[in-house]
Design a protein around this ligand. Structure first.
Ligand SMILES: [Zn+2]
Ligand SMILES: [Zn+2]
Length: 371
């Protein structure tokens, strides 16, 4: 441990941070730089990606929850898909050194509930209760639309020198896709995987599935440019659902057999019914997106065909570490989904680009520090 070494990163007393007031109201303020406790470090945030969940939090509050309450007017800093540099170590920390580049997982969980103990810390039973020890930066504790953030050592992965800051912000998105493939059983090599919906998680799902040896990887969606990006990430076949029936297309590509897995990332109202008809009997479906309203589902078809349906919340069971490893090994090019970059002062514009998909924005990154 190097607690006594002079710190080459001067740490100011205050920092710039965006805080959430009323719904949709973000203000850039000066806040005290937080202090890391035991098992925590201070991270200088270098870059952060905007996520659809950030948009959701600004509008509705949930899934952010501060001490059991909605996050409005509590001085809360959102933002959860960030990376940066370790600049101060809390007591007992020897897992990281000052100067390490890291990317974050969102959820530390509470570490004491049944789900955390099972590795399902994204489904922590004490979610949103800081006094019970729960930490999920950008959800129940301060996040990364700021110059500094405090992270538990359990929520960080090392970033290799040859990976850019922008790319490293995408590690957690890949981790979510990895978690979806994990919960379906993770036996991917040689099996057909359909990814429905070419949003950020879907596109990373294509990259991860291909890197794990899936064959064929089929991506369905509506936007031609995103489907092309999917091909570059490793999709063997893409299906434009405006031009082709996606169930028929998948059946055709798999010689009538159907795929083993569907990773559902579209949130379309009929997605589960279609996914059920894309998999073979006994196949598995993971829902990583959902429609806003309740939808009818053909349950009889699922039961008669012994189809398993899973839902995931975030990126549990250290999936982020496995995704980071694949990215470090350059097994797929996550950078392809990074489309726009803004500085810290322009977070509201960055969020607007992501929300309205201006210029077909996929992943919008806020670069807090140059270099
Ligand atoms: Zn996210
Ligand atoms: Zn917990």
């Amino acid at each position: 441990m190097n607690h006594d070494r002079p710190n080459e990163y001067p740490i100011p007393n205050t920092m710039k941070a965006w805080v959430l007031g009323n719904p949709e109201e973000l203000t850039l303020v000066d806040k005290p730089v937080p202090q890391p406790g035991p098992a925590e470090v201070l991270v200088r945030v270098d870059a952060i990606a905007v996520c659809a969940t950030d948009v959701e939090i600004l509008k509705h509050g949930l899934p952010a929850l501060i001490d059991g309450e909605l996050p409005f007017n509590r001085g809360f800093t959102p933002g959860h898909e960030y990376m940066g540099t370790v600049v101060r170590l809390g007591p007992t920390v020897d897992e990281f050194e000052i100067g390490d580049r890291i990317a974050v997982e969102v959820h530390a969980g509470c570490g004491r509930c049944q789900r955390c103990r099972e590795g399902m810390y994204t489904s922590c039973l004490n979610y949103g209760y800081r006094d019970k020890g729960h930490r999920a930066n950008g959800f129940s504790t301060d996040g990364g639309f700021a110059e500094y953030a405090v992270n538990n050592v359990n929520t960080m992965v090392h970033v290799p020198d040859d990976m850019s800051d922008e790319e490293a912000t995408l590690i957690v998105t890949s981790g979510t896709a990895m978690y979806g493939l994990d919960v379906m059983g993770g036996i991917i090599a040689g099996e057909g995987v359909v990814v429905t919906g070419p949003g950020p998680i879907g596109l990373m799902g294509v990259g991860v599935a291909k890197a794990l040896g899936a064959e064929p990887v089929i991506l369905t969606g509506t936007r031609r440019r995103r489907l092309e990006t999917g091909k570059r990430l490793g999709a063997d076949q893409v299906v434009n659902v405006n031009e082709q029936d996606p169930v028929e297309a998948v059946r055709h590509i798999t010689s009538g057999k159907g795929a083993q897995y569907v990773l559902e990332c579209s949130g379309a109202p009929n997605a589960l019914n279609e996914a059920a008809r894309m998999v073979s009997r006994g196949g598995r479906i993971c829902l990583a997106a959902f429609p806003a309203d309740p939808v009818p589902v053909d349950l009889a078809y699922l039961v008669r065909n012994n189809i398993y349906v899973f839902g995931i919340r975030g990126e549990g069971k250290s999936a982020t570490h496995r995704a980071a490893a694949l990215m470090a090994q350059k097994r797929f090019d996550a950078k392809l989904i990074h489309t726009h970059t803004f500085p810290l002062a322009e977070v509201p514009t960055a969020i607007k680009y992501a929300r309205e998909r201006i210029e077909d924005a996929i992943k919008v990154v806020v670069k807090i520090r140059e270099g």
